[in-house]
Design a protein around this ligand. Structure first.
Ligand code: NAP
Length: 301
């Protein structure tokens, strides 16, 4: 029986683990992949205090290194469900079952699908959700980025290191991204914007060759020749495994109180799987610290 199991080893989960270990709790950290979560895929962070710029991978590595000092316990498990068990919680993955007095859900979010014809078919054949992973395959090619948020602009700028031309297709006139990123993208000669347009189809023979776009104001259709389509249209919380056990909003974000307690006793939350107003590495870390503190108080009571 652990005092605490933290599900998800992104920045929120890693911070919660650090605080819980320093409170001398018996903690198990679980993730379906290696620790770091989505943070490890972020190209460069320019707004994490103390670092003018740091890669997400490096920051994640340093967070893990800090935990190693405390001999933290980590298990790679794809959690299928959690079950209430009198005054404790079971975390289940296949035949494996681990139990704790309290849980912190820190499962983060994953890239949202666009949901257009051809998207699924061409994943790995030109359709990508990760610039840092796939950009080198598009050296001297032309690619399209879909979305107008921070991720879309950051990734578009990164893609210009490899591709000859990057076309950002965004469904509105105004971008959602921070102004500083917009300015940087507009100053980049390799980036072109197509605004007020949506992608309606992705097609090709064996790999992506073109996309269809539609002007949202006029309905005009256009074909854009491209070898790659990078989709950054937001993130969805990874909370399906909870199967309705905890109260969530419509989008699946877990609802919690100011102490980050979820709707079931002994379950706390942090990071991108919550209904937090600002999704940032720093806010996930802040919530991780609060969640661990709340667990400590809960266990003492
Ligand atoms: P986001 O901020 O939610 O932006 C998603 C973008 O995709 C929006 O421009 C949205 O258009 C567009 N979109 C959504 N659904 C669409 C659809 N079906 N078809 C076409 N376009 C669609 O998502 P994100 O950029 O992935 O960022 C997620 C969170 O991480 C945000 O809170 C963001 O601030 C944060 N983040 C921060 C940084 C940073 O601080 N440097 C970097 C990356 C991410 P509309 O604008 O019209 O809604």
């Amino acid at each position: 029986m652990y005092d605490l199991i933290i599900i998800g080893a992104g920045p929120g989960g890693l911070t919660a683990c650090l605080y819980a270990l320093r409170s001398r709790l018996n903690v198990l950290l679980i993730d379906k992949a290696l620790p770091g979560g989505y943070l490890a895929q972020i190209l460069e962070l320019e707004n994490y205090p103390g670092f003018e710029v740091i890669s997400g991978f490096e920051l994640a590595e340093q967070m893990v290194k800090q935990l190693e000092k405390y001999n933290y316990q980590f298990k790679q498990l794809d959690v299928e469900k959690i079950e209430k068990n009198n005054r404790s919680w079971d975390v289940i993955s296949g035949q494996q079952r681990v139990t704790a007095k309290a849980l912190i859900i820190a499962t983060g979010s994953s890239p949202r699908k666009l949901g257009v014809e051809g998207e699924q078919e061409f994943i790995g054949k030109g359709v990508s959700y990760c610039g840092v992973c796939d950009a080198p395959f598009f050296r001297n090619k032309e690619v399209v980025v879909i979305g107008g948020g921070n991720t879309a602009l950051e990734e578009a700028i990164y893609l210009t290191k490899f591709a000859n031309k990057v076309t950002i297709v965004h469904r509105r006139q105004g971008l959602r991204a921070e102004k500083i990123l917009e300015d940087r993208a507009r100053e980049n000669e390799k980036i072109k914007f197509i605004l007020n347009a949506v992608c309606t189809k992705i097609s090709g023979a064996k790999t992506v060759e073109q996309i269809n776009i539609e002007d949202v104001n006029t309905g005009n259709q256009e074909i854009i020749k491209t070898q790659g389509v990078f989709i950054f249209v937001g993130m969805d919380p990874q909370t399906k495994f909870l199967n309705g056990l905890l109260e969530t909003d419509k989008a699946g974000n877990i609802i919690s109180d100011k102490n980050l307690a979820a709707s079931e006793q002994g379950v706390f939350v942090c990071g991108d799987c919550t209904d937090i107003a600002l999704r940032q590495v720093i806010t996930a870390c802040g919530q991780g610290a609060i969640a661990a503190h709340s667990v400590n108080k809960y266990l003492e009571s």
